[in-house]
Design a protein around this ligand. Structure first.
Ligand code: ASP
Length: 314
């Protein structure tokens, strides 16, 4: 029985900063991503195709920090990270610091399927995507007025001129999807712009297999969000798989333990996970996390905070 979980990042806008329009736009974006993934799973398609399709939809939506709507680095540019992992074979592909690939998760998929590498970076990632015939764009495609505003505020903060502290939402975010298909295959995909004003060349956890992204059939698929340095140090996504595999922990317990570790690090963190039987977990220690799920019976829900996770028509 298939299931699908997505996230749009744990760097969520504080409730008070949402307008009814921006709140609804985020919910609609989550629902559209669920539709894109579920369309594949409900027709007996592969988990790896479903997570790619869901992440493409989130990359294309300006509410989330990936693809169109990604944050700007210290130089005012976009450098994008993405990864995908197929639990059937533990094949994985990733790109880091890509600058011109419209949908970085598609490039990650090609790295997995059509190269002998796992991770390609910067100019090499862009060149590979171009060779593969993927859609390439100017940097301006990724930029939104909101992200420019966040960048200016980060610059003011550096100069000690900021009156109101920056919110988590201004700093970071990520998108991701995990799925179990009808044949019992697990897959995970994650994509991000990183965090606002990050150092040029900085790479987060998203494209580091075992840190921000991991999938293994018979165990679990995981996609993470939060300050990547902590997830890399802890090997978070693989740690959850190890807890389930070696200790027989339930996915909810393993996922919560990982969040507890990151809370100890004082890292705002969230993750989504689905195990080999379709049980899901979506823990986070932040005020909110954009998230959505479709459970085996086809019930779809999306939400941002603890109390607004509610059904949406697929
Ligand atoms: N994990 C992302 C990174 O560190 C950011 C985030 O999820 O908020 O690049």
């Amino acid at each position: 029985m298939a299931s699908l979980v997505i996230h749009g990042g744990a760097g969520t806008i504080p409730r008070a900063n949402f307008t009814p329009e921006t709140y609804q736009a985020a919910r609609d974006g989550l629902r559209d991503a669920l539709r894109a993934g579920w369309d594949i799973l409900s027709r007996g398609g592969l988990a790896v195709d479903a997570v790619e399709a869901a992440v493409v939809a989130l990359e294309n939506h300006p509410s989330f920090n990936a693809g169109h709507g990604a944050v700007l680095n210290a130089a005012g540019d976009h450098e994008l990270d993405a990864a995908i992992m197929d639990g059937r074979t533990r094949a994985a592909g990733a790109v880091a610091s890509a600058r011109a690939i419209r949908n970085p998760v598609r490039a990650a998929r090609r790295v997995m399927d059509d190269s002998d590498c796992v991770l390609l970076s910067a100019g090499g990632a862009d060149a590979f995507a171009r060779e593969q015939g993927l859609e390439m764009v100017e940097q301006s495609y990724f930029t939104t007025p909101l992200r420019q505003q966040h960048w200016l505020r980060a610059q003011e903060e550096k100069a000690g001129l900021l009156m109101r502290p920056r919110s988590e939402a201004e700093k970071h975010g990520t998108v991701g999807a995990v799925a179990l298909d009808d044949q019992g295959n697990l897959a995970a995909a994650t994509s991000t712009g990183g965090y606002t004003y990050k150092r040029v060349g900085r790479v987060g956890d998203t494209p580091v297999i075992g840190a921000g992204t991991y999938a293994c059939n018979g165990v679990v698929a995981v996609s993470c969000t939060g300050l990547g340095e902590y997830f890399i140090r802890r090997g978070t996504a693989h740690d959850i798989a190890a807890r389930i595999r070696y200790r027989g922990e339930a996915v909810a317990d393993a996922a919560q333990a990982a969040i507890a570790d990151l809370t100890e690090d004082q890292c705002g963190a969230g993750l989504i996970a689905v195990d080999f039987e379709g049980r899901i977990a979506m823990p986070h220690n932040t005020e909110g996390m954009y998230r959505g799920s479709v459970t085996a019976d086809g019930t779809a829900s999306v939400g941002v905070y603890a109390d607004d996770f509610s059904a949406v028509p697929l």
